[in-house]
Ligand binder design. Structure first.
Ligand SMILES: Cc1ncc(COP(=O)(O)O)c(C=O)c1O
Length: 397
């Protein structure tokens, strides 16, 4: 067994169970079912469906909500490209709402301003581990009868008003990519409460197999029937987005340790907060709209506002002192080079982004953002990172 802090005998044992089964039910998924049941229970939702990524889970969720040709879906531009691509994969138009300059999260008032007759859904992103203002977002969604897919890829066990991110909208979607609180290498999962919606999402995730249900991905329910030449397997359109059993085994083990992973990230974030409490030029992501909000600190994000020192200079000093590195925020989705191809693709479908795409706050803040890592595996590693930040801040003060 290796010595990674993320994996122990649980992962090895569950993976061994899958291998020992001889893959007899390689496409039937008992590990997937176990992971889905445990995940739905943990997040107080009725159904969960595993995916091979947190991008495909977003795509299937939007699709299952009926997002299609020419519809508009509102999301933030300060997010991974997956959000925009999932919308485009539905032949729909991404519409970007601005962010709050202090929380860096999508601003409900900006969402409201972007709503048109074509708006079909909202996709808020619980960025860096903090849940968006879901109370207001759900009020808007209700008022305009819009679907809501919460992107919780970076937010496990974060809360708003005492409720987990991923439990407000029609669907919550998480990623198991390797940087996330819990991982299967790559993978994802959705959770929702509506049986019909869960069934549609499941069918989209596995070629529209007739036999799958909201609860189960088993495609061969009755062998005699399945092996009959006249049997028609597919009753709807779908893709192949399933999570492999070995990955699901890993996910089940990781889920059992989720509290620990989240608490470790919170502990690291707390240390960064202590260092920065009197610093006027490194301003942490404003946390919370109320006392019942919990930030799950996928990463510790700050605005870098030093008047005389550059972003790169600060990072280089931090790294030279032994810091883990500092991640910059993604380029805003609509400023990516892929946008030219996107506009061409939409044009070929007679679809156009014909609104003022720019988001003032997001454009101002994106170059200032610094993300400090929170995935240290031990308290001594945390001490080291805290000390490096402390020394770097003192050096430039
Ligand atoms: C906010 C956000 N949404 C979606 C995704 C997509 O997840 P995946 O990489 O598993 O496709 C990620 C992860 O990279 C993410 O950070």
């Amino acid at each position: 067994m290796g010595d990674s802090w993320r994996f122990d005998e649980r992962e090895y044992n569950y993976i061994k169970e899958v291998l020992d089964s001889g893959f007899a039910s390689g496409t039937s998924g008992s590990m997937n079912t176990r992971l889905e049941t445990a995940f739905a229970e943990r997040f107080n939702r009725a159904y969960a469906v595993t995916f091979n990524s947190g991008t495909t889970s977003l795509h299937a969720s939007l699709w299952a909500l009926g997002v299609g040709y020419g519809d508009e879906v509102i999301t933030t531009p300060l997010t991974v490209i997956s959000c925009m691509n999932a919308i485009l994969a539905c032949n729909a138009i991404p519409v970007f709402a601005d962010i709050d300059p202090d929380t860096f999260l999508i601003d409900p008032e900006s969402i409201r301003k972007r709503i048109t007759r074509k708006t079909k859904a909202i996709m808020p992103v619980h960025l860096y581990g903090q849940v968006c203002d879901m109370k207001r977002i759900m009020e808007i969604a209700k008022e305009y009868n819009l679907g809501v897919v919460e992107d919780c890829a970076q937010c496990y066990l974060g809360t708003h008003n005492g409720r987990y991110g991923g439990t407000f909208g029609d669907v919550g979607s998480w990623s198991f990519e390797n940087s996330k609180h819990m991982t299967t290498g790559d993978g994802g999962i959705i959770a929702c409460d509506d049986e019909e919606l869960a069934t549609r999402i499941r069918k989209l995730s596995c070629q529209g197999f007739r036999n799958v249900t909201a609860q189960s991905g088993k495609v061969r329910v009755d062998k005699k029937l399945f092996q009959n030449p006249s049997y028609k397997r597919h009753d709807s359109y779908g893709f192949m987005y399933r999570l492999p059993e070995v990955a699901a085994a890993m996910g089940l083990a990781q889920l059992e340790k989720l509290e620990y992973f989240v608490l470790m990230r919170m502990a690291m974030a707390y240390r960064y907060h202590v260092v920065l409490r009197d610093c006027e030029w490194l301003i942490p992501q404003r946390h919370s709209y109320g006392k019942d909000d919990v930030h799950s600190y996928y990463t510790f994000a700050v605005k870098f506002l030093h008047p005389d020192v550059s972003w790169v200079e600060f990072r280089n000093k931090y790294v030279s002192l032994g810091g883990d590195g500092i991640y910059a925020a993604w380029t805003l989705c609509y400023k990516e080079d892929s946008m030219t191809g996107v506009q061409n693709m939409l044009g070929r479908m007679n679809l156009y982004i014909d609104y003022d795409i720019s988001c003032f706050n997001a454009e101002q803040i994106q170059p200032q953002l610094m993300q400090f890592t929170t995935n240290q595996g031990s308290f001594s590693e945390m001490d080291k990172q805290q000390d490096c930040l402390d020394k770097t801040v003192r050096y430039f003060t």
